[in-house]
Design a protein around this ligand. Sequence first.
Ligand code: MLT
Length: 272
Amino acid sequence: MKTVSISDISIAYQEAGGGEVLLLVHGFPLDHTMWSEQVAALSDEFRVIAPDLRGFGQTPLSASDQQDPRSTVTMRQYADDLAGLLDALKINEPINFCGLSMGGYIGWQFAQVYRDRLKRLILCDTKAAADSAEAADNRHKVAEKVLLHGSEFLAEALMIKLISDGTATQFPETVARIRQMILNAPPTSVAAAQRGMAARPDMSDILPQLDLPALVLVGSDDAISPPSEMRGIADVLPQAEFIEIAGAGHMCPMEKPDEVSAALREFLRRPV
Ligand code: MLT
């Protein structure tokens, strides 16, 4: 893991390979290791960069946020951090951005604010719509609960939603890796991200303006951002391809790593 200072934090990231940049942005409440298989598979052809977002993995919250359990990290803040990381690495050419779930929410922000820094956009198991009032309210409750009781209950509550039944029964090591990432997530970071997701805007209106090659990829059994919702996103993006990965849930890059890496490679090889 390398680290570089940007604004008020030091951001940790894994980097491997050379060629066009592929930025892999993890979901909530995880870290860059959810992309380990894609880093290993795709770094033969691409410069793969997988950061830990602010508050997760080896990247801390800012000093002031660490002291304030009521803090919020917005999707825009995470997107600004990623632009700061690219600046620090002197990457000026347009990149390929791939985000899963919360990483996708960040992707919409990145596309809106830093459009000229994007070559292609890959959205895995994510949504463009904002939370309903009920969902946002629930996030605030989860934030309070995790601050009181720690991340264990979150692991219990989330695991069944994150993976397919097939993964749950056939791949105990994958289940254990995901659970451990959730347990590792500091409660203050979890709470800050939950508040940020609750406050995220509806990005549906910007989709028709995102005229760049996009790949919309979803696990067939995704219970959080189901294929029907992701197909709707692909239908509205001007240049999108839609791929459904059979037998995978929300965590399809970990559940079906070879299929996901192959789909990314094929998409990234297409001339722009
Ligand atoms: C994620 O995987 O990042 C989460 O499911 C996002 C969310 O809670 O909406």
